[in-house]
Design a protein. Structure first.
Ligand code: ZN
Ligand code: ZN
Length: 376
């Protein structure tokens, strides 16, 4: 049976007695449907829900076969449980005693809906024109070193399936109407009876989309999709690393016939910087200093991502020494605040003036430190 039947009172939904005639059922439905139709209540979620309920109730009660099954389920439920499950009076699921057996429990017991469906010969295969889930898509985006550090709002070009530009993905020719399917009440699924059982399967009237389209869009033939290039806006978070993949939910290929869209995976490529290197959230920078600066000590100006910072080089600094400037690295949206790692490199002049040469020779005469003693 339909998994919802046990909790639903279709007579109550339509406001009619159990003994109502087919004509009375129809009259009640028409009146309620008019009042609660989504077209008459645009944007009203409650009315839409109510309309679905009404349509579902009508779909069941207007079909003499289904109504008979439903009445049977109601009576069994009212009499205190499902002792008579499977048409065996008083037999069935002893373990459940007098408790009501929920349909979900039965499905668990018997191996799921699919299993039951197979058992009775109707598979869960969707009709070819039913709604399908859009595929996930992958694209790549190259951003500058600075944008990776600070984060950036930008857009990517995506090539491939997109929502139809003529019908905006509705699948309906502009100007033609799209209505909630009355057979399934927009749920896309209907109860299929098989003896006492009934199972959900895609609605034959709307092919499981839950909507009825008056005239199919001529551009996409009702699928709501077409192949084209489109732009997707995205926010790249501060501190993103080269090779990171951002997943944009619902920005992949659109679903066909009203199915849900897939996701878009954007692989981030970070262009290298001329000035900086990067280790996680730390920035690295190499700064040349002269022999005299290294020997005597100095203060030098070092670039950061925003402005310069003064760094003290103590007297006697060897070439290759790294100084850490706290908090001047990358400030990621999540994670540790990075530092700036300044590595000094003693630069040797390629050419010297006469005066420099004279001074260096004089200096050499005064040098006393045996710097290669450890090699002997
Ligand atoms: Zn279209
Ligand atoms: Zn339908």
């Amino acid at each position: 049976m339909n998994r919802d039947w046990l909790d639903k009172d279709f007579y109550d939904v339509l406001g009619i007695p159990e003994a109502a005639t087919a004509e009375e059922v129809k009259k009640a439905y028409r009146k309620l449907a008019q009042t609660h139709h989504p077209d008459a209540n645009p944007g009203d979620q409650a009315a839409e829900e109510r309309f679905k309920e009404i349509s579902e109730a009508y779909a069941t009660l207007s079909d003499p076969e289904q109504r008979k099954e439903y009445d049977q389920v109601r009576r069994l439920a009212a009499s205190g449980g499902f002792g008579g499950f499977g048409g065996q009076p008083g037999g069935g699921f002893g373990g459940f005693g007098g408790q009501q057996v929920r349909v979900e429990d039965l499905e668990d017991l018997l191996g799921g809906v699919g299993g039951l469906g197979d058992l009775f010969g109707f598979g869960s295969q969707r009709s070819r024109s039913g709604p399908t889930h859009g595929a996930d898509m992958v694209t790549e985006l190259t951003i500058s070193f600075e944008d990776a550090a600070f984060g950036v709002t930008t857009q990517v070009n995506v090539e491939g399936e997109a929502s139809c530009s003529k019908c905006q993905g509705s699948g309906a020719e502009p100007g033609s109407s799209v209505t909630t399917c009355p057979t399934c009440g927009g749920r896309g699924m209907v109860a299929q009876n098989q003896g006492f059982f009934s199972f959900s399967q895609p609605c034959p009237q709307c092919n499981g989309s839950g909507r009825l389209i008056e005239q199919r869009c001529t551009q996409c033939r009702g699928t709501g999709t077409e192949k084209r290039r489109r732009q997707v806006k995205l926010r790249v978070p501060a501190g993103v690393k080269d090779g990171t993949t951002l997943r944009l939910a619902g920005k992949g290929a659109p679903g066909r016939f009203g199915g849900p869209p897939g996701d878009l995976m954007v692989r981030i490529r970070v262009a290298p910087s001329r000035t900086f290197g990067r280790k996680d959230n730390d920035l690295t920078v190499k700064v040349p200093i002269t022999y005299t600066e290294a020997a005597l000590g100095t203060r030098i100006e070092v670039p950061t991502l925003n402005g310069g910072v003064k760094v003290k080089i103590p007297a006697g600094t060897p070439s290759g020494k790294t100084f850490r400037v706290r908090g001047k690295g990358i400030s990621p949206e999540r994670g540790r605040q990075g530092d700036l790692l300044v590595t000094v490199q003693v630069a040797v002049p390629k050419k010297v003036t006469k005066e420099e040469k004279r001074l260096l020779e004089e200096l050499a005469e005064h040098e006393t430190e045996d710097i290669r003693s450890h090699l002997r």
